[in-house]
Ligand binder design. Structure first.
Ligand SMILES: [Zn+2]
Length: 70
């Protein structure tokens, strides 16, 4: 019986915000982290996640500050 492959989905990495397909054959990415960030030390990854959240907040705040283009 052939194994049923779950549909790949586009996910956003929690650490760097990169969009990646998951699951992807031959890739070590996890549901929450891309291939690159999965190699990062978990302690360090916690920091990058926190920083990424701050960046997201700043980007949102910046968007509100930017006047709508004519
Ligand atoms: Zn990443």
């Amino acid at each position: 019986m052939p194994k049923i492959q779950p549909a790949t989905r586009l996910r956003t990495c929690r650490s760097c915000g990169k969009q990646f397909e998951y699951p992807l054959k031959g890739h070590s990415s996890t549901r929450h982290h891309c291939e690159e960030c999965v190699l990062v030390d978990p302690e360090l990854r916690r920091v990058t996640e926190r920083l990424f959240l701050r960046i997201q907040k700043l980007e949102l705040a910046l968007k509100k500050l930017t006047p709508p283009s004519a």
